[in-house]
Structure formats: C-alpha cells, structure tokens
Design a protein around this ligand. Sequence first.
Ligand SMILES: Cc1cc2nc3c(=O)[nH]c(=O)nc-3n(C[C@H](O)[C@H](O)[C@H](O)COP(=O)(O)OP(=O)(O)OC[C@H]3O[C@@H](n4cnc5c(N)ncnc54)[C@H](O)[C@@H]3O)c2cc1C
Length: 136
Amino acid sequence: MQKFDVVIVGAGAAGLFCAGVAGQLGLKVLVLDHSDKVAEKIRISGGGRCNFTNKDTTPANFLGENPHFCRSALARYTPRDFTELLQRHGVAFHEKHKGQLFCDNSAEDIIPMLLRECDKGGVKRWQPCSIKNIRF
Ligand SMILES: Cc1cc2nc3c(=O)[nH]c(=O)nc-3n(C[C@H](O)[C@H](O)[C@H](O)COP(=O)(O)OP(=O)(O)OC[C@H]3O[C@@H](n4cnc5c(N)ncnc54)[C@H](O)[C@@H]3O)c2cc1C
C-alpha cells in the first residue's frame, strides 16, 4: 500500500494549486480525479481567457457568515503573488476592467503552469479515479 501525507480530491484549479504548494513544502501529495482530464473548468473560464484574479482583491470583497475567514489567506497569498507566479512561467496577462486580470492568450496557459508547479513538488496524480467514500 502506498502512503501519502496529503490526498486531494479533484484536479481542478484549487486541487492542483494546493497540491503544488504542499508538494513544494516537502509533503508527499496525491491528487485524484474521476476525469481523465485536468482543470476542465479553467479551460472554459473567463470566456476562454480565465479571469484568474482581481488585482484589487481585499477581504472586503468576500461575503460569508465569517467575514474574517479570508483575512489570513489573503494576507499570506496576495493577487500579486499569483501574478508573479504567472510571470515566472511566462504567462502574459492584462487588466480588463476594474482590476480584473485575464490571460492575453488563452485560459489553457494556466493549466500547464499548475502542472509544472505540481511536478516541481513531485505530486502524483491518479486518473481516472472516482471517489466513492472517504474513511478517517
Ligand atoms: C463557464 C464558466 C466560466 C468561469 N469563469 C471563471 C473565471 O473567469 N474566473 C474564476 O475565478 N472562476 C471562473 N469560473 C469558476 C471556476 O469554475 C472556478 O473558479 C474554478 O475553476 C473552480 O475550481 P475548483 O478546483 O474549485 O473546482 P473544479 O474545477 O470543478 O474541480 C473539481 C474537480 O474535482 C473532480 N471531482 C469532483 N467530484 C469527484 C469525485 N467524486 N471523485 C474524483 N474527482 C472528483 C472534478 O472532475 C474536477 O476536476 C467559471 C466557471 C464556469 C462554469
């Protein structure tokens, strides 16, 4: 039996990003997805150009029962951190309207970037692999 420190269900934007970060922190990470493709929603996001963040994002932009929930996350990882990641991977982007940032070329540029970050962290992916039950 193989053992992992972190098992992530879903190779979408959230899962791949978390996997890359966790892997690069030295954790042994596995990503599972019932599809044989990854990040299908990224492909269609932002009309094909992926509105990946807004440069003016602050906790005030979030709604929820706990308005403080996003404070620490946004303090530790800002929109600028993400645009620097894009620049390191050579993904060109532009501001469209009121701080909204989109890829110049295609939303598909984001996907190989996330996969390269996963590779850098030695992340394993098992696909297609459907999750029926989780036991702790
Ligand atoms: C048309 C459209 C346009 C959008 N445009 C934007 C945009 O421009 N900017 C933006 O920020 N957001 C946009 N969104 C929202 C976007 O989908 C999310 O921001 C982001 O892609 C969600 O990522 P995620 O990882 O949370 O979920 P998903 O991308 O849905 O990933 C979940 C993954 O889990 C897998 N999965 C689910 N259940 C199981 C299971 N039981 N077993 C195994 N695997 C499973 C799925 O196959 C999938 O790969 C858009 C959405 C749509 C539909």
